[in-house]
Design a protein around this ligand. Structure first.
Ligand code: DQA
Length: 136
């Protein structure tokens, strides 16, 4: 099974960024654990701080991969373009957020991705990515 994990802006700083919210682990070290946990899956990891690059990656993987795990980070709350891209592709997308966005500022409760997602996993820390992969 081919699964793409796509992380949006500032998630390259996991481990350094607001550790009280996002934890102390880097995504790179967590990704190694994920690969060990899902040995029969081929996991691809992509991170970008640029909206258009995330859209390009969704187009690239969105017609022949089996699943996409997307944490669009702040673009979740602002990007009509990423929402439209998910609508345009065929591969199912599971939306993940490390933190419980519903327990934070009001602007984080709106998502342009959720209406087009297969499902949403929120607030379980990095374990949310495990749960998303297991759902495909
Ligand atoms: C986030 C939540 C977003 O509101 C925030 O902008 C992020 C990370 C999360 O994983 O909890 O950058 O998507």
């Amino acid at each position: 099974m081919n699964i793409a994990i796509i992380n949006g802006p500032n998630l390259n700083l996991l481990g350094k960024r607001e550790p009280e919210i996002y934890g102390n682990n880097t995504f790179e070290s967590y990704f190694k654990q994920l690969q060990d946990k899902f040995p029969t899956h081929t996991l691809h990891y992509y991170q970008s701080n640029i909206e258009g690059e995330i859209i390009d990656k969704l187009h690239e993987v969105g017609f022949d991969f089996d699943g996409i795990v997307l944490n669009a980070a702040a673009y979740t709350h602002t990007s009509v373009g990423i929402g439209d891209a998910i609508k345009a592709i065929q591969t199912p997308v599971v939306e993940v957020h490390i933190s419980n966005v519903y327990a934070r500022e009001d602007f984080r409760t709106h998502s342009y991705i959720s209406p087009h997602a297969k499902g949403i996993i929120v607030g379980f820390g990095l374990q949310g990515y495990d749960l998303a992969i297991a759902s495909f």
